[in-house]
Design a protein around this ligand. Structure first.
Ligand code: SF4
Length: 408
């Protein structure tokens, strides 16, 4: 089914030109997140169908910094239930994670069920194709149907750095509303003419035309720094950020992470299109001195050889999908890789469409490097998964617990 979709304005946004954002800090994620939401009149949600959309894309426990803490989701459920809403909870995980497995592993499913809130498998039904008349990198999206059927969507992300997009916060969290493997397509787009930004960032801004939450509640209790969104280091900050303008929430979260929202391409592009406000001078933040809670989140390492000593990556025009595969592979199997190449330093890995020459023994990752298979160790796939790389290197049998498609 193809649909034109008009995004409903947020009933919680009193002044779109000067959005309000509330920051709370404390040790109890439930109470502190609830206090952030308490600053907003949720009365307009009465009788509405509300979808709580956490970041539950990966199988990880609450408090790991990888997924939204279930206690924050519990706070969102309770606040909207108290307002008289009909509340559901759901997410579409990254490809390879079994349906509601991530919601169960984080405890989100349990806290929702304990409150009588349905836990939705957003990938169970067929997608709705939504047109993007003003899209630049994309002209349509495949969206999980429940996301469009609810009256209100609440983005409940966890505060993380991201290897491709700088950060992943309330705006990008909505990428989990894309159906099954269609998320991967955003990582494999060609460069966008006239744009210096990655096509992924342009695509996220395109997505934001139709997938913007009416309210956001950021879990900065324990976030992630460094090699996010899944291979970084947990960072405890104890902050929670709420607001009706997801861009404004993200701008404040960026400040709390030691970043500037203007430096985050998808936020800058989306704000320029009028999807939200990232100028801190126009955002009414309470408390005004919220920056006292800030910490400098370690950036994503630019040099993989530093993050993974002994490995040199040749990357010529790769997609973020292959980059993700490689990063997660190195994170999970890097030590074993070094053992299989005891005499070779550095171990050379090649990814991307533009690799012209490789030295003998190079690990060639992804179909784009197929032409070099006679000269190295070739791993097919577009993108391949990490367990395939390990099998190619070791000749090991099929992994009974394969790592998921790594595209965040
Ligand atoms: S093999 Fe990797 S770099 Fe090549 S198109 Fe596929 S994902 Fe992109």
């Amino acid at each position: 089914m193809t649909a034109r979709f008009s995004l409903l304005p947020s009933p919680f946004l009193d002044d779109p030109g000067r959005p309000r954002v509330v920051v709370t800090q404390g040790e109890d994620p439930y109470a502190t997140a609830l206090a952030a939401l308490a600053a907003f009149d949720l009365g307009p949600a009465r009788g509405c169908r509300v979808l709580i959309k956490p970041n539950a894309g990966r199988v990880a426990p609450s408090g790991s910094g990888i997924v939204t803490d279930c206690r924050v989701v519990a706070a969102a459920c309770d606040a909207f239930l108290a307002a008289g809403a009909r509340v559901s909870v759901g997410d579409s995980p990254i490809v390879g994670v079994r349906r509601t497995e991530a919601l169960e592993a984080s405890g989100v499913a349990a806290v929702a069920q304990a409150r009588g809130c349905p836990v939705l498998d957003l990938d169970a039904r067929r997608y709705v194709e939504v047109m993007l008349p003003e899209g630049v990198a994309l002209d349509r999206l495949r969206v999980c149907p429940e996301v469009l059927e609810h009256d209100l969507v609440v983005s409940v992300p966890v505060m993380k750095t991201h290897m491709h997009t700088g950060v992943t916060l309330a705006v990008k969290n909505m990428k989990g509303a894309l159906w099954r493997r269609s998320k991967v397509e955003l990582h494999m787009l060609p460069p966008v003419p006239g744009h210096t930004e990655r096509s992924l960032d342009v695509a996220i801004a395109d997505m934001s035309a139709v997938l913007r939450p009416q309210l956001s509640l950021m879990d900065g209790g324990v976030g992630m720094e460094g090699l996010g969104p899944s291979a970084g280091t947990a960072r405890s900050l104890g902050v929670f950020v709420a607001g009706a303008d997801a861009y404004a929430v993200d701008a404040v979260a960026c400040r709390l992470m030691g970043r500037q929202a203007e430096a985050i391409a998808h936020l800058r592009l989306g704000a320029a299109r009028g999807y939200g406000v990232i100028d801190l001078g126009r955002i009414r933040v309470a408390p005004a001195d919220f920056a006292r809670f800030a910490a400098d989140f370690a950036p994503v390492p630019e040099n993989l050889a530093v993050a993974f000593p002994g490995v040199k990556v040749l990357d010529e025009a790769s997609c973020s999908a292959c980059q993700s595969t490689l990063m997660l592979f190195l994170r999970r199997y890097g030590k074993e890789l070094v053992e299989y190449f005891p005499d070779r330093r550095p171990i050379i890995v090649a990814i991307g469409k533009g690799i012209e020459h490789v030295h003998p023994g190079t690990l060639c990752i992804g179909n784009c490097t197929r032409m070099h298979r006679a000269n190295g160790i070739f791993v097919s796939g577009c993108p391949p998964v990490g367990s395939s790389i390990l099998r190619a290197v070791t000749g090991a049998p099929e992994d009974p617990d394969p790592d998921p498609d790594p595209v965040p």
